[in-house]
Design a protein around this ligand. Structure first.
Ligand code: PBG
Length: 318
């Protein structure tokens, strides 16, 4: 191979000497174009001093927040809802005046250019906190599909650009695709039953009331199964695949990148954010540096898009 030489001819430090040289040859970069910022909408606001991005906004608050985000250059947000009331079926997820639908109706006319994604799931809306409906003490896959598709349709009717099913029911991408032939679907294809979702569940109030999510989210030990999940979502009509969490699953990001040509997203979850925030608050790590390094690593592993709680701060840093 013509480009192989060895020391002393080869000196890799030659291209590391100045910032301009390093910038010139950097293989992986971060851009606000590729970042999605999560926003939580609720009947009442709930600030969060320690983890500022994990806060609840009212509908009016989310409009103000988006004004700021657009000003900073953030281009995409993903909305999560915390409803006034929860019930067995999670009806707050799909009713026309649900909290996410209200937020979409307020945002859509004001921010034509802001990309509005929505998380499609029932767990924030069900009284039991599971991602589907319960029958005989278990989450009933097929009975949940219709409700999940109904939720996606109501989001699009209220102004969503992109829907992101995160429930991990089998067949949910097909169920949504059948109802919404022209809406982009970002499928949480390889979503693991992870303990890194803790801070999210605190803000969303979506911890399961009994049992856990291991009967539908993926086992952390598996990567071949992640590829099967992705294959099914491709066949069912997904436009973008997603791996979640991100940092502890970079090998999965890489494996999916190598196998599939679809755009790939990675969700850098609340626990990843909380870990670095805590270490920074303790004075052990430089938050800006470790956040940039983590997000770069997720991109280097193969993600095109990153959902991250740092998107807003990053807008100031980049
Ligand atoms: C909804 C959903 C969850 C997250 C995103 N969508 C919680 C869960 O599955 O328990 C987690 C995001 C995060 O931790 O940042 N099902």
């Amino acid at each position: 191979m013509g480009d192989v030489s060895s020391f002393p001819v080869a000196r890799l430090r030659r291209l590391r000497r100045t910032a301009a040289l390093r910038d010139l040859v950097r293989e992986t970069t971060l851009s606000l174009d590729d970042l999605v910022f999560p926003l939580f909408v609720a009947p009442e606001a709930l600030p969060n001093d320690r983890l500022p991005a994990l806060r609840r906004h009212t509908v009016e608050g989310v409009v103000r927040e988006c004004e700021e985000l657009v000003r900073l250059g953030v281009k995409s947000v993903i909305l999560f809802g915390i409803p006034e009331d929860k019930d067995e079926e999670g009806s707050g997820a799909w009713i026309a005046d649900g909290i996410v639908q209200q937020a979409l109706r307020a945002l859509r006319p004001r921010f034509e250019e802001l990309l509005l994604l929505t998380d499609v799931c029932l767990c924030e809306y069900t009284s039991h906190g599971h991602c589907g409906v319960i029958a005989d003490g278990e989450v009933d896959n097929d009975a949940s599909l219709e409700l999940i598709a109904r939720t996606a349709v109501s989001h699009v009717e209220a102004g969503a650009d992109v829907v992101c099913p995160s429930d991990m029911m089998d067949g949910r991408v097909a169920a949504i695709r059948e109802q919404l032939p022209s809406t982009p679907i970002v499928a949480y294809s390889a979503k693991y039953a992870s303990a890194f979702y803790g801070p999210f569940r605190d803000v969303a109030g979506s911890a399961p009331a009994f049992g856990d999510r291991r009967g539908y989210q993926m086992d952390p030990g598996n990567v071949r199964e992640a590829l099967r999940e992705c294959r099914l979502d491709v066949d069912e009509g997904a436009d973008v695949l997603m791996v979640k969490p991100a940092l502890p699953y970079l090998d999965v990001v890489r494996a999916v990148r190598e196998r599939f040509d679809l755009p790939l997203a990675a969700y850098s979850v609340s626990g990843e954010y909380a870990m670095l925030k805590a270490a920074a608050a303790a004075g052990d790590l430089d938050e800006r540096a470790v956040a940039l390094e983590s997000l770069t690593s997720i991109r280097r592993a193969g993600a095109d898009v990153i959902v991250t709680y740092w998107a807003k701060e990053l807008a100031g840093w980049l």
